[in-house]
Design a protein around this ligand. Sequence first.
Ligand code: ADP
Ligand code: RBF
Ligand code: MG
Length: 401
Amino acid sequence: MKEVKLLIWDLDGLILETETLVIKYATSVLQSHGYDLTSDAIACSIGKRPLDAWQAVVDMLNITSVTAEQLLAESEALLTPHWHEATVLPGVYRLLIHFKTHNIPQALATSTPRATLLAKLSNKPDILHMFGDLTVCGDEVERGKPHPDCYLHIAKRAGVHPSHCLVLEDSPSGCQAAIDAGMQCIIVPSMTDKACYPKHSTTAIINGEGGGGRDAAAAMIPSLLDFNPLHFPGLPPFKDTICSTIPLQPEWRIKGTVVKGFGRGSKQLGIPTANLDAASLSRALAEAVTGIYCGWCNIRGPGAEEYSDEVFKMVMSVGFNPVFKQKQRSMEPWILHDFGGSDFYGAEIRLIVVGYLRPELDFEGVEKLIKQIHNDADVAREVLEREEYGRFRNDGFLLED
Ligand code: ADP
Ligand code: RBF
Ligand code: MG
């Protein structure tokens, strides 16, 4: 593997969580014409230029009653007022700032047209600022992703040979474009079904473990927080970890209601987790966010009246719990306090999530999972004592009425 001299970022689904917005409005546009947006149609369209994406949907669903141009016009009308709502995904600012600090050139190569790019980043000018004049949009190249044009264009403009470029992508077509440009590619998948990514892109590198990543044209990581610069010659290591945990920048503040989960936590694992309601989860965290985190917690209201003035340490899982092959994502803090076996379903829960511990993992058997979760709790108990995390303990968000 060659020294990395240019990092090239994709935008949608990698920097910004626009997928949820797009899927929401594309679904309603299609429904008004009597069609359903299938996951196959999503897989073949994400990452492409808007018209190419709609054409892929039209072809996939054999739509005859309306053209891709018409569908695009209808969805644009719905989406335009909402672009600025897209949230920045975890790990984005950390990476951007890290490489900026170390003078590693960074570029943006997006399928989005220039005008839409400006709308999406209108309230986040700091992101665009990171790339200087090294940005290229879908309407500025001949062919869109999965063709390699935008990646080749930006490498040429930066004066860097493709073999020295490292692309960060989330979509199957973007990954294909990077590979065909002769570049190395890191995939942070926005699709749960990994089968839709190019074949030679399934080698995992997670925090330095896992094999093959060095030789693969493309490697998958669960989140940008799992990106390890040490896998790439020329990239400087991070220095911000706190006992192997990564401080979230910014921290997450989440309010929700404790709801019934699958009834597994206490019974099967001996680890009760206070599951948050689905609406709070998707409002607080982009659809693609998963992982194991630590932070501070307050509970109040039904069943928790006596705790309303207290703040507890917590360690939290966000994800699909691969050991149990859950279909729905859940957010479940284990509050590191003994409540004497009592329940507080319906209580209000407030969280300040400050650190990232690790990606969610699949274990052979629950014994290994239980051991790992106890280890996570030990790590959380210790690191939350550190000033960088401890300063949030008395935050007004947790304790105010
Ligand atoms: P469920 O699948 O319904 O979430 P669990 O077995 O995970 O069931 O138990 C979680 C419930 O246990 C929480 O909703 C809460 O009411 C209660 N509970 C008791 N102690 C704790 C704790 N230390 N952390 C989280 N929840 C706790
Ligand atoms: N489930 C997994 O399948 N894989 C994990 O790596 C995992 N890590 C967890 C870490 C913590 C700190 C907690 C509290 C839970 C974790 N879980 C994980 C979720 C666990 O499967 C879930 O809480 C139970 O299935 C109860 O819903
Ligand atoms: Mg639970």
